[in-house]
Structure formats: structure tokens, C-alpha cells
Design a protein. Structure first.
Lengths: 366, 514
């Protein structure tokens, strides 16, 4: 075709690169547009001034919003590894997210571990936790698996609320006052934390993309499509589902770890069924079985929730629920999924429209 | 079948051992009252779980809105019992909407048929390359009926604007069976008639979107139906004051029966509506259905909060059969004395809770008989085994689906009304009871009716004993101190039971292996 110049890999990846550039530029733009000039001494000039502005006012707030969206996006991607790629309906995904948060919080606050060691511990705990839960729950399938995971998650939720461990978890008040090295403190150096989260998000996205495009990921999709067929072809489906669950649990735990460090605290509500339902909504709204879908879903659900809450007050969940039902009914494969499924049809329709208007080239009659 | 009996024996043995431990620990008196408390909870869990299990067994739908229907049933029953004025003022609006929609499906049928025809011609039109054909196809894509439906939604919103809901919902006073909202809370009849007209028009506009194509016969019948619904709504509105006087003049017992009926009927209607409109298009896509029912859970809970307030209300007044403040010696004595509590081996136990157990038992036997001996029950059981086969035999299994969904929802809503004098009504009650019902269904085995009953029983007893464990502790013969637990352990106990059962028998106690 006529398009030359751009290398193939760039042509295929430009939307992602554009998003990345926008994410990197955001603190500077936000600092200039929304920063509070009164909060910055006048003698600071140039780039330093922009960065200082980014730490003030609404610029800081919106960076926080994007940080939360990106953390939730990683969480939603991890859920999609199960729901969209392996075909496992889990209702207990919050347990990995929450336990990741609690582990890093307890280790940083009560044991004063260095941050790298605490994150290492999160990785270790997440792998062990998801292995144990996978071995126990993957014995059953479908709705039963949903129920077993729901039960396990409820167990962790109750554990986090139990008064027996108040000295560590803070029981139903939650764990607050996590100590973080000042250099990456989300309150004093929001922009640094922002870039940390962007780097985390991008690396996790690439890692997940690598996983789902790998032969292992293909087997996972085969299991989603037809588990018996995959087993007949000689794959040990249990192992692959376990790999999916462990990868997903690890990703969720890391997201939870960042959630705890950003908020400098964790509450039991993070472990509740509501968190799982939220992440399910993000995945479904964006489109299960795609990687960009959950990311978009996380952004939509979080930002929509924020705006609806501002407009309607406490009744916003009504609006949200109604919108949710409408999206499921009219876009059954989610936003990205439906676009992918319909894009060919839309393209054809658009060309026909142009042709009708006399703009496009008439279709050659073969 | 051998395995099945083993499961029965094992669960009976488990219950016997547990009761035995309790008996050894704190004697007959306390064991009896804990058992009865457990049975009360089990009856409520069963009312929810029976529908869940049937719906899942027959249609593979995991209904997350079931607890919401339970809660809505409780609220509707509470309202019918204590504040009929609210119902008498809102019911005509719904009926007008329904009448309009029914009439609209008839009037809108030609439009819908045209739309469908154009849509069908779409592919042909595209292939032909004929400009006008393509343009018409594009117009059909815009679907006039959808636009009309959106207009109808706007009209409904306009029609309920300014409706004095907050003044009509006066619960705090009615909870004790006392005052009702003042006469000024009601809007004058002409204003209400205007609202009714708006609702009917909205229904009419939504008609084409709801209409099904190619059903020529039965049109005048549906027209009569629409007229009848509209007339009933109008009559209720015009006679709202005498009707209200009549309802409030009834005895407490009759009003309680009315509340039970109203709850169950509303539950059945809502369940049938949900199945027909939202669940039916998505059979074979379980994730979509789960997510849809989740969305309905949000919407239902928020609607209830919007109408009845975010706070809960105290337990409903019990019928006079259970109202006298005294303590009967035996069931026979209670029948004449109507005491609020009864003597169980020397301890008082509320008689209303015995009523809950009674209702649970009646439903258990009634639905069991329906499933076992009626033709419909036979179709349902066959459908649980293999619904495609049933359909292949020429039975309209879709209609059975709707019936079972409505039946399950009615049972849940009835359970809500029955629970209202025991736990009160609050928006969160749906979720709380639903989780336990889920666990009961999973323990028993999804789709197994008897298994659900056993699961509910196990769970109710576990909860009752868990509560004892927290409040007074269970004495251990060889230990000095009684074994006590934090409330977390009691809450976790049901979850642990479920995990253990599923690890031993992945399909539940009575479930069939996939």
C-alpha cells in the first residue's frame, strides 16, 4: 500500500506510544495549567518552577487521580488474565490486592523493613498465597470456583477485621501511617511517585502482553475456549490455570502494594467483595479478553465514579448501576471488545457512506 | 444412588454429633433454644436459597439480584402493612405505565415490523449497491423505536418529577402500627390524573421497542388487557381514600396476610420481568448474566434507598397471634393465649420465630410436592437434567424458565416479608442474607432441591452455635475455661464449612459431578 516511511512496529504501536507520551507530559502540563502559583516561591524559575507547580493545587490532585487509575488498571489487567484469558470467574480477587497492601503496610510500619525488602516479601507472599489458593480452588470449575474464591476472600476479609490482630492490622479501623522513605513520599513528592507508578504500569503492561502473547498465554486462551479440547491436545490444563492464577495474583498483589503506599494505609474494605465487584465492572466495561480493555475500564469506572459522586452525591451508585446494565446489554463484549469485533463492519459502513456522498472512490465491480 | 445416601447419612451424623456436643456442653434447655434459633435462620436462608438453587439448576444463572428481591419484598410487605397510602398513590402510576406499554406494543407493531424488515433487507441492500436502499438501511440503523423509547424514559422522568415521595414515606410513625402520612401528603386527584396520563403516554411511546414482530393474532385480547389494567389503576386512584380506610380497618392478622401476598406478588412480577427483559437475551453467556444481575443489585438497592431512605427501620409489628406479652406453657396453650413467647424446656422462645420455621417448612414441603408430583415439576426436574432435551421434546422450556424465575423471586420476597418482624428492614439485609444463601446452595449442591434444604439447615445451625460460641462460650469437659471465640470466628465459620465441604465434595453434598 501507499504508507511508507513509518516502520511496521511503530505503525502498530502508535496508540500506546501516544498514551505513554501523554502520561509522561501530564505532570508538566497539569503543573502549568492547574498548579497554584501562590504555593511556589517566585525565585524558582524554568523547569524547576513547572515541577514545583505540579506539586500544588489541582495539579497534584489530578496526578493522584491518574496514579489511582493506573494502579486500578494493573489490578484490572490481572483480573482479566483470569476472566478474559483463562476463562476463570473468580470472586475473590480482592484477597490478592488487599493482602499485598497489608503485607507491605505491616512490614513497613511495624517491622520497619526497607522498602525493597518489603516489596520482595509481597512478591513472595503473593506467589505462595496464589499457589495455595490455586491448588485448593482449581479442583472445581465455573460457578463453584467463583464461590470457593469468594469464600477464601471472605476469610481474609474477616481476618483483617478480626480484633485478635488489632495490634498489627488495626482491625476495622484499618492500618494507617505507613512509613515510606521521604524521597518517594506521595504527599511531598507526588510527581516522583507519579513517574514511579507510570513506570510500574508500563512495565506490568508489557509483561502481561508478553505473557498473553507467549505460547503459555495461547494455551490459556485455548483453555478458555474449550478446556477439554486443550486437555485432549496434551496440555496439563491444571498447570496452565495455576500459572494464570499465580501471575494474576502476583500482579494484583503488586498493585495492592502500590495502593497501600499511595494512600499510606489500608482498610479492610479493600479486601471486601465490593473491591472484586469493582474490578469485575472495570474489566467487563472495558472488554474482557483484551489488555487495553481493562485499562480503559479502570479509567472510565474510576473517573466516572468520581464525577457521578460529585453530581449526584450518595445516589451515584444508582446512576452507575444503570449505566453498567446498559453497557452490558448494548456492548456485551465491553467497549474495546465491541470495537474490535465491529471495526471491520464500521469500516465498511464508513466507506459506503463516503461513496454515497460521492467522496470516496467507487467500488470496483469485479 | 449409594453415594447419595452416604451423603445423607454423613450430614445427619454431623448434625447429630454437633447437637450431642452441645447437649453435653450446656444441657437440654440451652441446646433446644439454640437449635430453634438455628432453625429460624435456616428457614430464612432456605427461602432465599431454594429460588437460587432452582434458577441455577434450570438456567445456569447465578442470580446476584436475589438478595435484592428479598429486601424489596421486605420493604413492600412493610409498606403494605403499615403505610398503604404510599402504595395506593404509587401503584396507579405503575399500572398506567403498564397499560400504556401493553397498548403500545399493539400500536407500535407495524413500526417495529417495518424496522425489522428494513434491517433484514440491509444485507441485501448493501450487496446491491443501490444508493437508496443503503440510505434506508442506515436510517433503520438509527431505529426510530429506540429513539421513541428514549423519549419515553424522558417522559417518565418528567411524569414523576415533584412527586411527594418523601412526604408519603412516613415510616417511623407507622413502624409501631400508628399514624400514617397526613392527608396533605397526597396530591390532589387532578394532578395525579395528569401524572397517570404522562405515564400512559410514556408506555405508549416505549411500545414499539417492546413489540415483537409478526404476532397478528390476539391483538384485541391484548387491547382488552391494556384497558383493564388502566381501568384498575384509575379506580385505585379514585377510590384511594375509602380503600385506605378499608385496609387500615382490617385486623392486624389480615394486614399481615396482605403484606405477605403483596411481597410475594411484587417479587414474582419483578422476577418475571427481569427474566423476560434482561436474562432471556443472554442465555449461554453466564458471565454477562452474572454481571447483569450484579448491576441490578446496585440499581435495586439504590432505588430502595432512594424511596425508603438510607436508614433501616425497626422490626415490623407481629400479627396478633404472636403479640400478647405473656409466656405460654405449650403450643396448645399458645393457640388460645396468643403469647409472644413460649416455654421451651424452661426457657422462653419467641413464638414468631416458630412461625418463621413453620413458613420455611410449608414452603419446603409445598415446592417439594410441586417438583415431585406435578407435570410442571416434572418438566422443571427434567430441565435441570438437560434443558435442551426438554426443548427438543416440544416443551416450551422458555416459559418454564420465566415461571421458575418468578417463583424463586416470589419465595425470596416472601422470605423478606417473613423476616421483617424478626430483623426489621434495612437496605443491606439483601446482601447479608444472600451471601449465606449462596453458601447454603453451594454446600448442598447447585440445582439440588433437597441439598439446598440440608445446606440451609447446616448453615443456620452453624450460625446459631457460632453465636453461642461468641456470647457465652462452649464449655469443654476437660478444660477449665469455656472455649470462646471472637465474633470474627463465628462469621468465618460458615465460610470455613463451605470450604471444607467443597474440598471433600467439589460439587456440594448432593450435587452431581460435572
Amino acid at each position: 500500500m501507499g504508507k511508507t516511511g513509518l516502520p511496521l512496529w511503530l505503525r502498530r504501536r502508535w496508540p500506546g506510544l501516544v498514551v505513554l507520551v501523554l502520561l509522561v507530559l501530564f505532570p508538566f502540563v497539569a503543573g502549568l495549567a492547574m498548579g497554584d502559583p501562590a504555593g511556589v516561591p517566585p525565585e524558582v524559575r524554568g523547569l524547576g518552577r513547572v515541577l514545583a507547580l505540579a506539586e500544588t493545587g489541582r495539579a497534584k490532585f489530578w496526578q493522584g487521580m491518574i496514579i489511582q487509575v493506573l494502579i486500578l488498571a494493573v489490578f484490572a489487567m490481572s483480573y482479566d488474565l483470569l476472566l478474559g484469558y483463562t476463562g476463570i470467574i473468580s470472586f475473590g480477587h480482592a484477597m490478592f490486592y488487599g493482602v499485598g497492601g497489608y503485607v507491605v503496610g505491616i512490614l513497613l510500619k511495624h517491622f520497619e523493613w526497607p522498602i525493597w525488602a518489603a516489596v520482595g516479601a509481597v512478591v513472595l507472599v503473593a506467589v505462595v498465597q496464589s499457589l495455595v489458593i490455586g491448588v485448593l480452588s482449581l479442583r472445581v470449575k465455573g460457578v463453584y470456583l467463583a464461590m470457593v474464591t469468594l469464600a477464601f476472600a471472605e476469610f481474609f476479609y474477616i481476618l483483617s477485621e478480626a480484633t485478635d490482630f488489632r495490634q498489627y492490622t488495626g482491625a476495622d479501623d484499618g492500618l494507617h501511617g505507613i512509613y515510606l522513605p521521604p524521597a518517594i513520599s506521595p504527599t511531598d513528592h507526588r510527581t516522583r511517585f507519579y513517574f514511579l507508578v507510570v513506570a510500574f504500569f508500563v512495565s506490568m503492561y508489557l509483561a502481561t502482553r508478553r505473557l498473553v502473547d507467549s505460547p503459555t498465554g495461547r494455551v490459556m486462551v485455548a483453555i478458555r475456549e474449550n478446556e477439554q479440547r486443550a486437555a485432549t491436545l496434551g496440555y496439563n490444563t491444571f498447570t496452565y490455570k495455576l500459572i494464570g492464577l499465580v501471575a494474576s495474583g502476583l500482579l494484583a498483589a503488586l498493585a495492592g502494594c502500590l495502593h497501600a503506599t499511595f494512600n499510606l494505609g489500608v482498610t479492610p474494605s479493600v479486601l471486601s467483595v465490593g473491591t472484586t465487584i469493582d474490578v469485575l465492572a472495570m474489566t467487563i466495561v472495558g472488554g474482557a479478553g483484551t489488555l487495553t480493555g481493562p485499562v480503559l475500564g479502570a479509567a472510565i469506572v474510576h473517573l466516572l465514579g468520581y464525577w457521578l459522586n460529585r453530581i449526584f452525591g450518595p445516589a451515584w451508585t444508582l446512576m452507575f448501576g444503570a449505566m453498567f446494565v446498559l453497557i452490558v446489554v448494548f456492548l456485551p463484549y465491553g467497549i474495546v471488545g465491541t470495537i474490535q469485533a465491529r471495526s471491520l463492519q464500521w469500516k465498511a459502513g464508513w466507506q459506503r457512506w463516503l461513496q454515497l456522498m460521492g467522496v470516496g472512490a467507487p467500488r470496483s465491480k469485479a | 444412588m449409594g453415594k447419595r445416601y452416604r451423603a445423607v447419612i454423613a450430614s445427619v451424623a454431623l448434625v447429630v454429633v454437633l447437637v450431642g456436643i452441645a447437649y453435653a456442653g450446656f444441657g437440654a434447655t440451652k441446646t433446644a433454644s439454640v437449635l430453634l434459633s438455628g432453625l429460624t435462620l435456616a428457614a430464612l436462608y432456605f427461602l432465599l436459597a431454594a429460588g437460587l438453587s432452582l434458577i441455577f439448576g434450570l438456567m445456569d444463572v447465578l442470580n446476584f439480584a436475589h438478595g435484592t428481591l428479598f429486601m424489596i419484598g421486605a420493604y413492600v410487605g412493610y409498606t403494605a402493612f403499615g403505610n398503604p397510602r404510599l402504595l395506593l398513590n404509587t401503584l396507579p402510576l405503575f399500572l398506567a405505565l403498564l397499560a400504556g406499554a401493553t397498548a403500545g406494543t399493539i400500536v407500535g407493531r407495524p413500526l417495529r415490523a417495518w424496522e425489522q424488515a428494513v434491517r433484514r433487507r440491509l444485507t441485501a441492500g448493501e450487496a446491491s449497491g443501490n444508493g437508496r436502499e443503503v440510505l434506508r438501511a442506515l436510517l433503520a440503523r438509527l431505529t426510530p423505536s429506540l429513539l421513541l423509547a428514549l423519549l419515553a424514559v424522558a417522559l417518565v422522568l418528567w411524569g414523576v418529577r415533584g412527586f411527594p415521595l418523601d412526604r408519603l414515606v412516613a415510616f417511623e410513625a407507622t413502624a409501631t402500627g400508628g399514624a400514617i402520612p397526613t392527608a396533605e401528603a397526597q396530591e390532589p386527584i387532578p394532578r395525579m390524573l395528569l401524572r397517570l396520563a404522562q405515564m400512559a403516554l410514556a408506555g405508549l411511546l416505549a411500545g414499539p421497542a417492546l413489540a415483537r414482530e409478526r404476532r397478528e393474532q390476539g391483538m384485541w385480547k391484548e387491547g382488552m388487557l391494556a384497558g383493564a389494567i388502566g381501568l384498575v389503576g384509575l379506580l385505585i386512584l379514585l377510590a384511594r381514600d375509602p380503600l385506605e380506610g378499608f385496609l387500615l380497618g382490617l385486623s392486624v392478622d389480615l394486614r399481615f396476610l396482605l403484606a405477605l401476598t403483596a411481597g410475594a406478588v411484587v417479587g414474582a412480577l419483578l422476577g418475571g420481568l427481569i427474566e423476560r427483559t434482561l436474562i432471556r437475551p443472554f442465555y449461554g453467556r453466564p458471565i454477562t448474566q452474572i454481571v447483569l444481575t450484579l448491576g441490578l443489585m446496585f440499581v435495586g438497592t439504590e432505588l430502595v434507598k432512594a424511596v425508603w431512605g438510607r436508614e433501616g427501620h425497626p422490626p415490623m409489628t407481629v400479627p396478633s397471634l404472636f403479640a400478647e406479652s405473656c409466656r405460654s406453657e405449650s403450643l396448645a396453650a399458645w393457640l388460645t393465649e396468643h403469647c409472644s413467647s413460649i416455654d421451651v424446656l424452661g426457657r422462653a422462645f419467641p413464638t414468631y420465630r416458630l412461625f418463621i420455621i413453620f413458613v420455611g417448612g410449608v414452603i419446603l414441603v409445598g415446592v417439594g410436592l410441586l417438583l415431585r408430583y406435578s407435570r410442571l415439576g416434572m418438566i422443571i426436574r427434567a430441565g435441570v437434567q438437560d434443558s435442551e432435551m426438554v426443548e427438543a421434546l416440544g416443551i416450551n422450556v422458555r416459559r418454564v424458565f420465566t415461571f421458575v424465575f418468578a417463583l424463586g423471586s416470589a419465595l425470596a420476597a416472601l422470605g423478606g416479608v417473613v423476616a421483617a418482624p424478626f430483623v426489621g428492614v434495612y437496605p443491606e439485609m439483601g446482601g447479608i442474607f444472600q451471601l449465606q444463601a449462596f453458601i447454603a446452595v453451594v454446600i448442598g449442591g447447585m440445582g439440588s432441591y433437597g441439598g439446598t434444604a440440608v445446606g440451609a439447615l447446616l448453615l443456620g445451625l452453624a450460625r446459631a452455635f457460632g453465636d453461642v460460641l461468641v456470647t457465652s462460650g462452649i464449655p469443654i469437659p476437660w478444660a477449665e475455661q469455656a472455649l470462646r471465640a471472637s465474633p470474627a470466628v463465628a462469621r468465618a465459620s460458615t465460610v470455613l464449612i463451605m470450604a471444607i465441604v467443597l474440598l471433600v465434595r467439589p460439587a456440594g453434598i448432593f450435587g452431581r459431578k460435572e
